[in-house]
Design a protein around this ligand. Structure first.
Ligand code: 13P
Length: 280
């Protein structure tokens, strides 16, 4: 699915979820736009989400009961250890990311390879990372470290990963100032590896830059912050409207709608709307 997106020049959005209402909002958006979708659960959040098996089953149950017809992949975002990636594979995830951003390239290759061997034996795809996406996500804080081009080639060639996330200046959370992506490096990496690239930290990046990244080989683009901001803004607005409001549905429903609208906007930016037809 991601390889096809790369060939056709669009990207499949990964949207991270923080519970049931995110799952509903994102699935509604994907169905409305007839877009394949990747639902991400960040490893750092897994306990809060109820554990690998619980959140995976919840997503799959929602896909079934909402009668979603578009393809939905469930992905472990920033797997923190080989063991955690294996737990996600055992639970039935479709895709896992091993986050080797704090390791030397040698150690990153060794551990990513271990994840790939286990995941591929279970028909699960693997995303590898080179360099480090900066910023803050769910309490995980990191500095930007640009991906080295030779390290990217080595990780791809030596591990057999399916997608590569080269960190090239994007950050998780809110940007301080203008995002400054390394398009020159992106162009070289995109031309040297033939697997799809993954862009993390997409919230706050302009549509022009996102299109540029897609044209250079990015076929999976990750969003979290933008969705959470729209949810928070709507929740705040609803609560400010009346101090007497306490009916949970009246409070929560508009915020699900906000998630849905933002997710639809993201899908259109990535160009994955109406791309369902090829997978059915
Ligand atoms: P944002 O924080 O920019 O939405 O990035 C999300 C992300 O990259 C998840 O891996």
């Amino acid at each position: 699915m991601i390889q096809y997106a790369k060939e056709e020049g669009f990207a499949i959005p990964q949207m991270n979820v923080n519970g049931l209402i995110w799952i509903e909002g994102v699935l509604n958006a994907a169905e409305n736009q007839q877009s394949p979708i990747i639902i991400g659960t960040t490893d750092k959040n897994i306990e809060y989400l109820g554990g690998y098996q619980f959140i995976l089953d919840t997503i799959k149950n929602k896909v079934r009961t909402m009668q979603i017809t578009v393809p939905v992949l469930v992905h472990l975002d920033h797997g923190l250890s080989v063991e955690n990636c294996k737990c996600a594979v055992d639970a039935g995830y479709d895709s896992v990311m091993f986050d080797g951003s704090k390791l030397s390239i040698e150690e990153n290759i060794k551990l990513t390879k271990e994840v790939v061997e286990y995941a591929h034996a279970n028909a699960v795809i693997v995303e590898g990372e080179v360099g480090a996406v900066g910023g803050e996500e769910d309490g995980l804080i990191g500095q930007v470290r640009y991906a080295d081009i030779d390290d990217c080639i080595a990780l791809v060639e030596q591990t057999n990963i399916d997608t590569l996330a080269p960190a090239l200046g994007s950050v998780h959370g809110k940007y301080q100032g203008e995002p400054n992506l390394g398009f020159d490096e992106m162009k070289i990496i995109g031309s040297k590896v033939d697997i799809p690239l993954v862009l993390h930290g997409a919230s706050g990046i302009s549509n022009v830059d996102l299109q540029h990244a897609i044209s250079l080989g990015h076929a999976k683009i990750n969003f979290n912050t933008e969705i959470n901001i729209s949810w928070t803004n709507q929740l705040r607005e609803t609560l400010n409207e009346s101090e007497d409001l306490f009916n949970p549905q009246e409070i929560i429903k508009p915020s699900i709608h906000a998630i849905e609208k933002t997710a639809e906007k993201i899908i259109k930016t990535c160009g994955s709307n109406n791309q369902n037809k090829v997978f059915t």
